[in-house]
Design a protein around this ligand. Structure first.
Ligand code: QUE
Length: 338
């Protein structure tokens, strides 16, 4: 973290773990934003990655798993509480907050970028919320924000939001601009020049000079009719039934493929979360729902098992229990949501 002229610059720099956010990084970002909020010498904030491999892979869920295995569930609760407080602070930040995403951004990485005023993606960027594979729920405010984004499409879609959370679909730069996850696109080779221009000229002037239109069209835009026809339900049972009777087998096959490694409990819980967060008053209330549901789901075996299979052993052979969504009771999840 540094101040360059009037820009507070946050640099994610834990390349060996693809910048996954640990408690120390969350604290450093939180404290820097608090300092700069009332410092008249700082007029804007920029968050970037020092790693050529990407922006940020998510929260440090391996560490969270180790803590749970050591019996410290409440320590993990505290980590997620501070992370979600940071997400909310970014959404309400009184100064421009710009993220430059030049590679992968997932999970917690979206939490420290998507809530900002400027989400700049390069041609190398891609985004996903892959929590279903680790037995966790869509979080860091995205179960709320996804449902409210309008993008160049000009219209919010709760069905699209639920699709993104349940499938972990990888959005391309064109998908991100269309859906509203991104606000601007810049060619990857121009990132260093863009950062210098942000510092010397300000974010908006720099973007007026460097922003461009991505080469590809949004594939997600071509899927929206299928998504609206199937994912606009308040329960997994409703979505599953719509998929079973849907007239486009190619789309259904794509969805089943994307969800093949999903935790059944995580899927059922996440649909309940999206339904609850469709109507919450603000992001903070949406994060409260994620926080409460997260505390329940992290105490079920799928989280430890999913993180093991995806990130520790990397065998992708998670044995989730229950193994079928039909055997998951949504009631304990509903009970903590408001
Ligand atoms: C779901 C997640 C995460 C994930 C994969 C998922 C996540 C996370 C990482 C990750 C990726 C590469 C690393 C690393 C962590 O992957 O939160 O240390 O090198 O941090 O399916 O939520």
């Amino acid at each position: 973290m540094s101040v360059r002229q009037a820009t507070g610059v946050l640099e994610l720099n834990r390349p060996r773990a693809l910048n996954s956010l640990n408690p120390e990084m969350i604290d450093i970002i939180t404290d820097a934003l608090a300092d700069w909020r009332d410092d008249d010498r700082v007029t804007q904030v920029l968050i970037v990655s020092n790693s050529p491999k990407g922006f940020c892979a998510g929260g440090d869920v391996r560490h969270a798993r180790d803590q749970i295995l050591a019996g410290d569930e409440t320590g993990v609760d505290e980590f997620f509480r501070t992370e979600y407080a940071l997400n909310n602070g970014i959404a309400g930040y009184p100064k421009p907050y710009a993220a430059i995403i030049d590679g992968v951004v997932m999970g917690g990485g979206l939490g420290v970028s998507a809530h900002g005023s400027h989400r700049i993606v390069t041609d190398k960027a891609f985004a996903a919320m892959p929590e279903m594979a680790i037995g966790y729920v869509t979080d860091v405010g995205m179960s709320c924000l996804f449902q409210r984004m309008t993008g160049t499409r000009g219209q919010a879609s709760p069905a699209l939001a639920t699709f993104l959370g349940l499938t972990g679909y990888r959005l391309t730069p064109a998908d991100m601009l269309w859906s509203g996850l991104a606000t601007h696109h810049v060619n990857s080779e121009l990132v260093t020049a863009l950062i210098d221009a942000v510092v010397t000229d300000g974010i908006d002037a720099a973007l007026a000079e460097y922003a461009s239109v991505p080469a590809d069209k949004s594939a997600l835009a071509g899927m929206i009719d299928d998504i609206e026809a199937t994912f606009g339900h308040d329960t997994w049972a409703g979505i599953d039934a719509a998929l079973q009777s849907h007239g486009n087998p190619g789309f259904v096959e794509q969805v089943r493929g994307l969800m093949a490694a999903a935790s059944p409990s995580a899927v059922v819980a996440t649909v309940e979360l999206f339904a609850a967060n469709r109507t919450v008053a603000d992001l903070r209330a949406g994060l409260d729902n994620e926080e409460k549901l997260g505390e329940v789901i992290r105490r079920q075996p799928d989280f430890v098992e999913g993180v093991r299979a995806v990130l520790v052993d990397k065998t992708r052979d998670a044995a989730f229990r229950p193994a079928d969504t039909a055997d998951v009771d949504p009631e304990p999840y509903r009970a903590v949501l408001s």
